[in-house]
Design a protein around this ligand. Structure first.
Ligand code: SF4
Length: 465
């Protein structure tokens, strides 16, 4: 079972697989060293990045993330505003405090290697962490894979017979299911909604109070991210000189509201502004919620905010229903295909996010289980084949705008599903399997390597900063 709190995790930008995951992996390596009683003997730590982590690691802040993870920092706890200072201090000192305790020499350029030649030994987001003693003898090494959405698995876990998308922890829950078909059968048999089944499963793992409080915390973090993004302008870091535009877009949408001459479609400008606000915060390395990844972090919060602010009758219960339902569809995709752009392209990131948000909105607006499944399917179907080709290896172009489109598609999908009776030709599970197969057929250059698509056709010179 993949919990709502696995799908929605508080972290930092700009990437769940390239920033959050590597930071988590470095933390897990530290824990391993402690468990083996090696921490006191370590004089040097080296990280080697493979595949997509090597190709787009710098733009995604992977090197900084590993460095922070080695110092004991955690994605959900670190103050995004302090990151620059911490990294500069380590660079200046040529040393870091392993686990926040023991000072060892560390040279960012020499101790974090981007290996462009060796293929990743498994999932495309691979990294090897090694620890050495004072004589240069290796004391421990571990390969980890960042499999999308901030999920990290060791090489052993990845190679064990797990479903697509890497390891999924086995948990005892009230209503286990692997796909939408099984889920709908359970709902029918129990006479419950998808959100009620999801809630019962969450309550198998946590108290009802903890589930409610956890959902409130995640929702608050999403709303805070939108609020921050709507108040900041200027230029995003990374060298592409992308101007932040959520603030101006939102202010214009609010100002136009009082005029008689606005077009109906301008209502979508607010939704776009919500999504863009989140992804601008993400691109700036701010606090975001992986939903289900950082690159796609704007879609679900934008649609949730649309529900909260613009749909009559919206309330806390509806928001919880939204989140539980959205996470359920994200979990089904993770279990049967992938949420990783490095594995299946952007269809697995923004496509999955759009399906999740469509399902969530449909549920919050009173859709039947069949209509909810239909909403998720519509949104995912119309992202099939979408490649990942971030310009300059940064999660900015096309990612930021793509989230706005993903949110608008989610709302349209929910509306189309609500207008029908739930009957449709393509079932959600078929669509997920199609996404998996399409991802397998997709050339590697379209999977978060920045070696194809827009990344090679948009001529920019990215200035490292
Ligand atoms: S193009 Fe899509 S999958 Fe690729 S980095 Fe951007 S949001 Fe993520």
């Amino acid at each position: 079972m993949v919990s709502v709190f696995d799908i929605f995790k508080i972290g930092i930008g700009p990437s769940s697989s390239h920033t959050v995951g590597p930071m988590v992996a470095a933390g897990r390596f530290l824990t391993r060293l402690e468990r083996l009683g090696l921490t006191g003997k370590i004089s040097r730590v080296r990280a080697t990045l493979y595949g997509s982590l090597a190709f787009t690691g710098r733009g995604h802040g992977t090197d900084r993330a590993i460095l922070l993870g080695l110092t004991g920092e955690k994605p959900a706890e670190i103050d995004p505003a302090a990151i620059g200072q911490i990294v500069e201090a380590i660079k200046a000192a040529g040393a870091l405090k392993l686990g926040g305790l023991r000072k060892i020499p560390f040279d960012l350029a020499a101790d974090i290697i981007l290996d462009f030649n060796t293929p990743s030994p498994g999932h495309p987001n691979g990294m090897r962490l090694e620890a050495f003693d004072a004589d240069g003898a290796e004391l421990s090494n571990r390969v980890y894979f960042s499999v999308g959405g901030g999920f990290v698995v060791s090489e052993d876990q990845y190679r064990s017979s797990q479903p697509a998308g890497g390891s999924i922890e086995q948990r005892m829950v009230a209503f286990p299911f692997r796909n939408a078909k099984a889920l709908l059968n359970i709902c029918k048999g129990e006479g419950k909604s998808i959100a009620e089944i999801a809630l019962a499963n969450e309550r198998s793992l946590r108290t009802p109070e903890a589930v409610d409080a956890g959902l409130d915390t995640i929702i608050a973090a999403m709303m805070a991210c939108i609020d921050r993004g709507l108040t900041v302008d200027g230029t995003l870091p990374g060298g592409l000189k992308v101007r932040r535009r959520a603030k101006a877009l939102f202010e214009k949408a609010v100002a136009d509201q009082s005029k008689n001459l606005t077009y109906p479609h301008q209502a979508f400008d607010r939704v776009s502004a919500f999504a863009i606000a989140v992804n601008e915060e993400n691109a700036a390395g701010g606090r975001v919620v992986t939903s289900p990844t950082n690159g796609a972090a704007g879609v679900t919060p934008a649609v949730l905010r649309y529900y909260r602010d613009l749909c009559p009758g919206a309330d806390r219960g509806g928001m919880h229903k939204f989140m539980l339902t959205a996470a359920t569809f994200g979990a089904i995709i993770k279990y049967n295909a992938s949420l990783s752009g490095a594995e299946v392209g952007c269809q697995g990131e923004v496509g999955s996010a759009s399906a999740m948000a469509a399902a969530g909105l449909c549920a919050a607006l009173g859709g039947s289980n069949e209509q909810i499944e239909n909403a998720a399917e519509i949104a995912l179907e119309h992202h099939l084949g979408m490649t990942c080709d971030p310009v300059g290896g940064l999660v900015q172009v096309p990612c930021i705008e793509r989230n706005a489109l993903g949110a608008v598609k989610a709302i349209t999908a929910a509306s189309l599903a609500l207008a029908g009776d739930g009957e449709h030709i393509v079932f959600f599970d078929t669509c997920v399997e199609t996404m998996r197969q399409t991802g397998l057929d997709m050339q590697t250059k379209y999977k978060e390597t920045s070696e194809g698509g827009l990344a090679v056709n948009v001529s920019v010179s990215v200035v490292e900063c």
